[in-house]
Design a protein around this ligand. Sequence first.
Ligand code: SF4
Ligand code: SF4
Length: 84
Amino acid sequence: MAYIIAEGCTKDASCVDVCPVDCIHPRKDEANFEEVPQLYIDPVACIDCGACIPVCPVPTIFTLDDLPEQWKNYIEINAAYYGN
Ligand code: SF4
Ligand code: SF4
């Protein structure tokens, strides 16, 4: 079970700074950062540590179980960024 970034991400990258396995992308130093509408969590690399949730100002990071029904499509949106 991976964590998911859903509606309203502001790309402030607070979550990137606390993720211990660097599985939230793109980082601000990646070439496509300006182009993307939000950041994405790699569902394979995420270790479900939960460190990203309290630092998200929106908040819009959810566990699979807590993801609101209307945002279920973000499971695929996050995975698709990594080609899964
Ligand atoms: S739950 Fe942990 S490993 Fe997964 S994206 Fe958040 S900070 Fe990274
Ligand atoms: S902390 Fe929340 S708003 Fe900021 S980049 Fe991460 S998911 Fe987006």
